[in-house]
Ligand binder design. Structure first.
Ligand SMILES: [Ca+2]
Ligand SMILES: [Ca+2]
Length: 145
């Protein structure tokens, strides 16, 4: 945790829609995670690899490793932004070919089957999710290393 002092992550084991995941995070005074740097992205991936490596079933289906992130393109199709901060994305980690909006995909996930890169998919699909509770926020730090 020392990479992000003051920040706390919660990896939801239940599977819910994107909006229910966001509501769950808010109920904990948190939010769906907004991934602003490569370091944060790498940190989340490393945590998920540990979580799923230690799962009782060692043959975890990577398609099950799917976690909602705090962004969508509901407001303007094709323009993804972080919902809580209402900011466009300066750092992105999309899987090759994503976002593709096949059949109308407006919410963002971090997907194990896509080498832990991002994908867009329908918001009503039940998935795990990651909440983030920042210790403090400063817009001045966004986009800087
Ligand atoms: Ca879309
Ligand atoms: Ca997609």
């Amino acid at each position: 945790m020392e990479i992000f002092p003051g920040e706390c992550y919660y990896f939801g084991t239940q599977k819910v829609s994107w909006s229910n995941a966001e509501a769950y995070c808010r109920s904990m005074n948190a939010r769906l995670v907004e991934v602003e740097t490569e370091a944060e992205s790498n940190y989340l991936e490393s945590q998920l690899r540990v979580i799923h490596q230690h799962a009782a079933d060692s043959t975890t289906d990577q398609n099950e490793v799917s976690y909602w992130l705090g962004g969508n393109d509901i407001e303007t199709e094709g323009v993804f932004k972080w919902v809580k901060s209402d900011l466009p994305m300066t750092y992105t980690d999309w899987s090759p070919g994503q976002p593709d909006d096949v059949g109308g995909e407006d919410c963002m996930e971090l997907r194990g089957a896509f080498q832990y890169h991002w994908n867009d998919l329908p918001c009503n699909i039940p998935h795990h999710f990651i909440c983030e509770a920042p210790g403090f926020e400063s817009s001045n730090t966004i986009g800087k290393k």
